[in-house]
Write a protein that binds this ligand. Structure first.
Ligand SMILES: [Fe+2]
Length: 512
């Protein structure tokens, strides 16, 4: 996925603003800001992050107005960043690296400092955004988030899911309903650990803190009580939440003793290929769990693509890896060594919501080869259909109209086994693919922006931040016609600007 040496910041990059030079013509209707979030600075003093996820968050703005694009970025002024910078070492634990608040502490005191300071989780929110009305938050996979000013990118305040709901972790991929309701999933860790469905009702005018209205609407016990599964996203349809419980689990004893043993969160994640991956389905409005237990041969997923209901079956599309090796591949060492990249494919699972017979394929949708069979042991065993032979990661769709609904097109970015970085458009129904790539460039997650007067699903454009892989090239914002996947414009940054990669982004026109 990332086959290049990541940008390593030597010092703070603070509010760079450069006007870009456009090539091509942007659509008249395109107005707003593409916000991007990703890792930047990894080194403080002699300490360096270990994993791609350890970099301090860099927030990016591509501001599109009057046919022109301007760009700026800013390191998130999180408490984590400020503490690391002040100490000139890594103080706060990240995914791949253990922070030591006080290097003079004995091992014994370090051990107990974890429990005493366990509330002191990283607020290095380097993964994604959540937009509640006009309030913009940045997220990572701890419960700690930061609200940022959508204009200046400065932090407004720090918040924490734990203040409102009983979770110790939460995804950075909340899902939004057309009416503004937001759903997210988190994990409650205890002797009876469980996965929680979080709901934030639509923000009301004047509500300065909609997150305080968050409630838990459903709960799923973890397969292994003290070892909850790692998950990065989930699926949602008009009536259901779809949760994939994969056999990659946290060992919280190892995490809890990490400051004593040096084991990071990454080290404490274990993948058990001999176990099956499970699907849990919840009724969104009652929180009740569908009793059917769907299972499949073990696979690992970061990102759901989409899910929808048809003929009493759930269609669940994911970027599926054969195993969990991708998590360890994303260490800086593996990336720098150009180790073989684990690659995900577009897999479609069908979950039948009514089981009438056993030992026969229950999938009746005529357009898929996916199978689901109720076995004598009471499980429903699912065999996915591989929608495309090509790889796909960082998937996006026409979210506003098609999330949770039958759809035709998915977009993604990936690096193939030959280290070619590509954008892909998948025609999900016809199972055809279209690509964009350019030598010596790495295109990031393609964000679909709908033409406000469009009538077809792919009437719109794709925005992708394209990062140079050679210093004499210029990074740029790529604009593709979503229908043809052909380039209609690019906006290049000057060659003296080095833009780091970003994971996820949103396009929004936030009026202040
Ligand atoms: Fe993600």
């Amino acid at each position: 996925m990332f086959n290049r040496k990541p940008v390593i910041y030597l010092d703070l990059l603070w509010l760079v603003l450069k006007f870009l030079f456009d090539i091509g013509t942007l659509p008249d209707w395109l107005k707003g800001t593409l916000y991007r979030n990703g890792p930047g600075r990894y080194r403080f003093g002699h300490d360096e992050g270990v994993h791609l996820f350890d970099g301090m968050a860099v927030l990016h703005q591509y501001i599109i107005k009057d046919g022109q694009v301007s760009y700026r970025n800013k390191l998130l002024d999180s408490d984590t960043y400020k503490r690391n910078k002040a100490a000139n070492r890594i103080v706060v634990t990240e995914f791949g690296v253990v922070g030591h608040p006080d290097p003079c502490k004995s091992l014994f005191k370090r051990y107990f400092s974890y429990f005493l300071e366990s509330a002191d989780l990283t607020d290095n929110d380097c993964v994604n955004f959540m937009l509640l009305a006009d309030q913009l938050y940045v997220l990572t996979e701890t419960p700690v988030m930061n609200q940022i000013d959508p204009t200046t990118l400065a932090r407004i305040h720090k918040d924490d899911w734990r203040k409102y709901v009983s979770v110790h972790m939460a995804t950075a991929h909340p899902m939004k309903e057309p009416d503004g309701t937001v759903y997210n999933m988190g994990t409650h860790v205890s002797a009876h650990s469980s996965y929680k469905i979080i709901k934030i009702p639509p923000p009301q005018p004047g509500d300065t803190n909609p997150i305080k209205n968050a409630i838990i609407v459903g709960s799923i016990p973890t397969q292994w009580p003290l070892m909850p599964s790692y998950f990065h996203s989930f699926g949602m349809t008009p009536n259901y939440i779809v949760f994939v419980e994969q056999p990659m689990a946290f060992n919280f004893l190892e995490i809890g003793t990490g400051r004593l043993t040096g084991m990071s969160v990454l080290d404490s994640l274990h993948y058990y290929n001999e176990y099956k991956t499970k699907f849990h389905v919840l009724h969104k409005f009652t929180g009740s769990v569908v009793e059917l237990q769907f299972v499949a041969k073990a696979f690992f997923v970061f990102h759901h693509i989409n899910a929808y209901e048809e003929d009493h079956q759930l269609v669940v599309d994911v970027c599926a890896y054969d195993d969990g090796n991708i998590v360890r591949y994303l260490t800086l060492e593996s990336i720098r060594n150009h180790d073989p990249v684990p690659v995900p494919t577009f897999k479609r699972f069908i979950l039948p919501l009514h089981v009438s017979k056993r030992n026969v394929n229950l999938v009746t949708l005529p357009y898929t080869k996916a199978e689901a069979t109720a076995l004598d042991d009471g499980t429903v065993y699912c065999i996915p259909e591989c929608i495309s032979d090509a790889y796909i990661e960082l998937p996006r769709i026409h979210y506003e109209k098609y999330n949770g609904h039958k759809y035709s097109y998915a977009y993604g970015a990936y690096t193939d086994k030959n280290s070619v970085n590509k954008l892909i458009k998948v025609d999900v129904l016809n199972k055809t693919m279209t690509f964009w790539s350019e030598d010596n460039y790495y295109p990031g997650e393609p964000v679909f922006v709908a033409d406000p007067e469009g009538t077809k699903e792919d009437d719109g454009i794709i925005l992708s931040p394209v990062i140079r892989l050679k210093d004499d090239l210029q990074s740029f914002l790529l604009v593709l016609d979503a229908k043809t996947f052909s380039e209609i414009a690019r906006a290049e940054v000057p060659a003296d600007i080095n833009i780091p990669i970003s994971f996820h982004g949103i396009f929004a026109d936030i009026q202040k």
